[in-house]
Ligand binder design. Sequence first.
Ligand code: NAP
Length: 298
Amino acid sequence: MLLCTNYTFAMTKGYQMKKVILITGARGIGLATAVHLAMLGYTVYGTTRNASDFEKILSKDDLKDKLHFINMDVRKESSVKNAIDKIIQNEGRLDVVINSAAIGVYGPAEEISLEQAKEIFDVNFFGILRVLQNALPHFRKQGHGLLINISSMAAIDPLPGTDLYSASKYAVEGLSESMAGYLSLNNIKVVLVEPGPVNTQFIAVTSVVGKRLLPDKPYGDMSQKIYNLHKEILAKGQDPTEVAKLIEEIIVSPNPNPRYQTSTAMQKIAKKYQVDPTGVQSFQEKKQFAKEVLGMGS
Ligand SMILES: NC(=O)c1ccc[n+]([C@@H]2O[C@H](COP(=O)([O-])OP(=O)(O)OC[C@H]3O[C@@H](n4cnc5c(N)ncnc54)[C@H](OP(=O)(O)O)[C@@H]3O)[C@@H](O)[C@H]2O)c1
């Protein structure tokens, strides 16, 4: 009996390990996840705007043939399409897409220029839209797929002064939750991952402050303060490999929740705001709606 269970486990593992995974934004959380999954034997494609930065990582023996870095700028439709076409060409399939690419703009909305506001939505929201529009046809053809969108606690409990960043993450949450029910009827799972502070270069390198300077400076140096505070908080944040391990759990789970917080501290905050912190209840309701009212999945 034990032998049989182990065999079944190995078969399941073996099947899992054949999965082909795309991760956009392969620095920080994306890189930790890419390396973690590749070390486990998955075939992983991490994207960046500068694949040559990653050559050193690829020299590690245990990552050879399992981890690949390819260029993708999520603001450009052709760049997203080319990257996904390349994966399909090389592997013939795409099982999991993890949307991690994002930027930050900090400060009060009034101090953020419209160009900056459009840019953050172009990357954080439209970037995900471009990726999913190119990935979903493959998921449908295969009859399965898992889409993991990295959101943020900023979409549940935004710190004051994170206005545009939070707005972009709320948009990701709305998009994901609205899709999850009806896509599940095609065996396509949509999952939100909501990290709290994670020790990456997200603030130091990837984020900026608003540059719409107001003549009377009604907010004083609030933008810089919120930026500096985030930089400090992130430096004390959780290790990105903890997020990577949670993502692994989601990938192997036959029935993942629609939504995950990445630490118990963040789960507590989410509970304060939501009576349904896992999203299961509202997911079931949406699925039912898609079936009964929209006539899907029949
Ligand atoms: N760190 C945190 O505390 C924290 C907390 C909550 C949520 N998050 C979320 O976690 C995700 C990952 O963040 P991180 O902390 O890992 O940040 P990170 O280390 O700064 O990585 C950000 C990634 O986004 C990519 N990116 C930016 N603009 C892009 C574009 N136009 N096209 C393609 N890729 C682009 C960067 O790509 P390049 O390689 O080309 O530079 C980089 O790989 C983000 O969605 C972020 O909002 C982070």
